[in-house]
Design a protein around this ligand. Structure first.
Ligand code: NAI
Ligand code: MG
Length: 481
């Protein structure tokens, strides 16, 4: 299988209007930071500076939390049907402005346009539509219990799915009658600020959604603010643990969605060509910057050689390069820091004696890129089998029996997701019962739906997002009998 040559097919960036300087979105207005400090946000595929972004400090955080508190009384007092109208309106505007959002997401984050266009943005709108539908049904969602909002929610999100994580956080919070202060990641603030504009366009009352930008210290100030009722975080296990310590002893509610090291398990009766597509989607989707990525591949020994052969052939056809090109499969690594982390762990994999395979592939001179990488000859104790790499790097191991597959798959501090490939339904159920993972995919991988809860076991965190479970995480439920 040779890589086909395609002419360049770049998506035009004309549809987006990137401003030189942005403001913090507080109480329905874009305002400058009290400190007057800004940082530059770049395009990771070109290293070109896109805009100056304010750094929110304690004063700004306090202003945002106050605005959210003030807005909370009225927002929570609206009928669910009234709240739903606003959320539906946001969902429709997200669809109307889908192309603009997708292009900006790819420019600021490095993900291929075909993913932001066909996966991220449609799912974002779907989340808002889904939770808009719950807003007037809270009394029916949890029979025998009355639902009340929690209050002001502090929400901190990562850079791998900037808009999608925003939707997972904001949509259920608003449906439940809460108000929010959300902090996007420092490398990907632009689509959250565009979302702020959409809130204005939808006529959302000022203060219901506030967006503050900055890095770790901004997040820290938000988590620690006294008048926050709930903290929701998605990101590294390290920061998740720090946040857990910071809210311990307060009455703040907490949900954490942290890292993963998912097992993708291929049995000898699996449809191999489909499995290869699932493996590729599992680890190379979004450059492997996916908390539920199928980064550990377990193949039944009898088919290992054949499957790995097919996988290598498939890798040779992946196109790496300009995220805005419609034919690109693998875009840019999100930041220089993340590229360094991937390089370091891949170097450790080689030192530890695993065998590295990378297809021939041209790496652009500017920007942050890493080729699709497969390690074979990996043992359970290798760091590349234990640690989250968060890049396009797959570690392949083998097993003989289903019980061995379960033992090896569960040998990790994480437990976010897993995949099972087999023809037998009974085996899928047997495996799903035993795998310690919040989500188990069968004969597919990396599928998301707003109606389906998502979340982890062990060091992958706690709490669920999506579905009725995700709504419950933003409510206080009181017995009515
Ligand atoms: P991070 O956990 O530092 O960043 C996530 C968010 O938390 C960002 O908005 C950041 O500004 C904020 N933050 C950082 N320190 C904070 C603090 N002390 N208090 C409150 N908020 C804080 O993740 P980072 O450093 O960008 O990535 C490191 C590794 O974490 C990645 O290589 C990957 O393995 C993992 N990660 C996992 C994600 C997931 O979806 N589960 C997402 C992003 C990273
Ligand atoms: Mg960090």
């Amino acid at each position: 299988m040779a890589k086909w040559d395609y002419s360049a097919a770049p998506e035009s960036t004309e549809i987006v209007d990137v401003r030189d300087t942005y403001g913090l979105f507080i109480d329905g207005q874009f305002v400058g930071p009290a400190s007057n400090d800004y940082f530059k946000t770049i395009n990771p595929a070109t290293e070109e500076v896109l805009a100056a972004i304010p750094i929110a400090g304690e004063t700004d955080i306090d202003n945002a939390v106050r605005a959210a508190r003030k807005a909370f009384k009225k927002w929570a007092a609206l009928s669910g049907g009234e709240r739903a109208k606003y959320i539906f309106r946001i969902a429709r505007i997200l669809q109307e402005r889908a192309r603009e959002l997708a292009v900006l997401e790819s420019m600021n984050g490095g993900k291929p346009i075909k993913e932001s266009r066909d996966v991220d943005v449609p799912l974002v709108a779907a989340h808002f539509f889904y939770y808009a539908g719950w807003a007037d049904k809270l009394d029916y969602a949890f029979p025998g219990r009355r639902a009340e909002p929690l209050g002001v929610c502090a929400q901190i999100i990562p850079w791998n799915f900037p808009l999608l994580m925003l939707s997972w956080k904001i949509a259920p919070a608003l449906a439940g009658g809460n108000t929010v202060v959300l902090k996007p990641a420092e490398t990907t603030p632009l689509t959250a600020l565009l979302f702020a504009d959409i809130c204005r366009q939808a006529g959302l009352p000022p203060g219901v959604v506030n967006i503050v930008t900055g890095a770790g210290p901004t997040g820290q100030a938000l988590v620690r603010h006294d008048d926050v009722d709930k903290v929701a975080f998605t990101g590294s296990t390290e920061v998740g643990k720090e946040i857990q310590r910071a809210v311990a002893g307060t009455d703040k509610e907490l949900t954490l969605e942290l890292g993963g090291k998912a097992a993708n398990i291929i049995f000898d009766d699996a449809p191999l060509d489909q499995a290869v597509e699932g493996i590729v989607n599992g680890i190379f989707f979004n450059q492997g910057h996916v908390c539920c990525a199928g980064s550990r591949l377990f193949v039944q020994e009898s088919i290992a050689e054949r499957l790995i052969g097919k996988l290598k052939q498939r890798l040779a056809t992946l196109r790496l390069g300009d995220p805005l090109d419609k034919n690109t499969d693998i875009g840019a690594i999100n930041s220089r820091d993340q590229l360094e982390k991937i390089r370091k762990l891949v170097g450790i994999g080689v030192e530890e004696g695993a065998e590295l395979y990378q297809p021939a592939c041209d790496i652009p001179e500017r920007g942050f890129f890493f080729p699709p990488t497969v390690f074979t000859g990996v043992s359970q104790s290798h760091r590349i089998a234990q640690e989250e790499i968060f890049g396009p790097v797959l570690s392949v191991m083998t097993f003989r029996t289903p019980a061995e597959a379960v033992t090896k798959a569960n040998n990790t501090p994480f437990g976010l997701s897993a995949g099972v490939w087999t023809e037998k339904g009974s085996r899928i159920l047997w495996m799903a019962d035993r795998l310690q993972a919040g989500v188990v995919w069968a004969n597919t991988f990396n599928r998301f739906d707003p109606t389906s809860p998502f979340g982890g076991y062990k060091e992958s965190g706690f709490g669920r997002e999506g579905g009725r479970h995700g709504l419950e995480a933003y409510l206080r439920l009181k017995e009515t009998t």
